[in-house]
Design a protein around this ligand. Structure first.
Ligand SMILES: [Zn+2]
Length: 145
């Protein structure tokens, strides 16, 4: 196989070039993410509409399916079998039917929360679980405690 001069240079510096490309990608990814965030903040209505449309599109549906699957897989992979109905019930009584963060009553409704999110290396074990009111669970999102 005959290589052109630029191909030869590329081959010689493949590692270096890949490194640049990676760096370029990383910095620009962050740039785009910042821009996205700003746009979302400035256009909450448009963003909502966009999200709504996206979720109903084929790509959106597929992405939701994939992330649900990933979440389920993480739950199974990191579980030690300690999260049972009885264990959750015991916790519910142990927390005095109160949200573990704000102390509001969770008698009407509670969310099972992973203290360290599964997506950040937390495990699906009773030690990593707390019961929260819906409000605290939704505002906590993926933040660490
Ligand atoms: Zn709460």
């Amino acid at each position: 196989m005959i290589l052109t001069k630029s191909q030869k240079i590329y081959r010689k510096n493949r590692k270096k070039i890949r490194g640049y490309q990676k760096k370029y990608y990383e910095t620009h990814k962050k740039l785009h993410a910042d821009k996205d965030l700003k746009w979302k903040r400035d256009n909450p209505d448009k963003y909502k509409e966009y999200q709504h449309k996206y979720r109903r599109s084929d790509a959106g549906k597929l992405n939701i399916k994939i992330s649900n699957h990933r979440r389920r897989a993480l739950r199974i992979a990191t579980s030690d079998g300690s999260v049972t109905k009885q264990a959750i019930n015991g916790m519910y009584v142990g927390q005095d039917y109160k949200c573990n963060l704000c102390g509001d009553s969770i008698k009407d409704n509670y969310h099972i929360d992973h203290i360290y999110p599964l997506s950040k290396g937390g495990s699906h074990t009773i030690k990593n679980i707390q019961l929260l009111c819906p409000h605290c669970n939704l505002t906590k999102s993926n933040g660490l405690p």
